[in-house]
Write a new protein. Sequence first.
Length: 204
Amino acid sequence: MKKVIYVFVDFETTWGKDLSVKFMGNTNYALAATAYRVSVICKELDIRFVGHPRDFTWKLLPEDSVLVSHNAGFDQAVCFKLIEDGIIPDFACGGWLCSADLCAYHGLPRALDKASRDILGFTPDKSMRDYMKDKSWDDAVAEGAADALDQYALNDSEYMGQIWNELEKFWPESERAVSSLNKEIERRGIGIDVDLLGEYEAML
């Protein structure tokens, strides 16, 4: 059986008091936020990249490679928006799996810092995320924080990769399928008869 090539991907996006995936959901948030960094790590392909998403050569990824992100529904939504906007090219892959769902299956915390604490034995520093609240990439550059932010992004992909390598072999195919189906359902949303909804709204 051919060995699966896993590629660890993490997008960094603007966020703030009025811009958060917590109350907007992945799709609406991706429509409003700006992706300014992506980290991509794959040892088999000798890839260790951090930079603007448009600067990564996405076609380096084999069509049968499987992408992995921590909270993959978020990263997928951001990626689809970048493709839609023509910032990055469309590309093929063999799937996109979620290391946070992997952790949840094993009864571990979904948050990357807490999962790293429990599995890898250390708690990553997440202060850069707090620092970026209501800031842009240009703000980080102006304040001399660009290198630290790049390292933070690389660390996220590195740690999720370590967690994946520890636990992935114990994740059943059926659970992977449920994880992927949940992401697809969330992305598609629920069909609504808008005309009928408008009629009922007019009755209120």
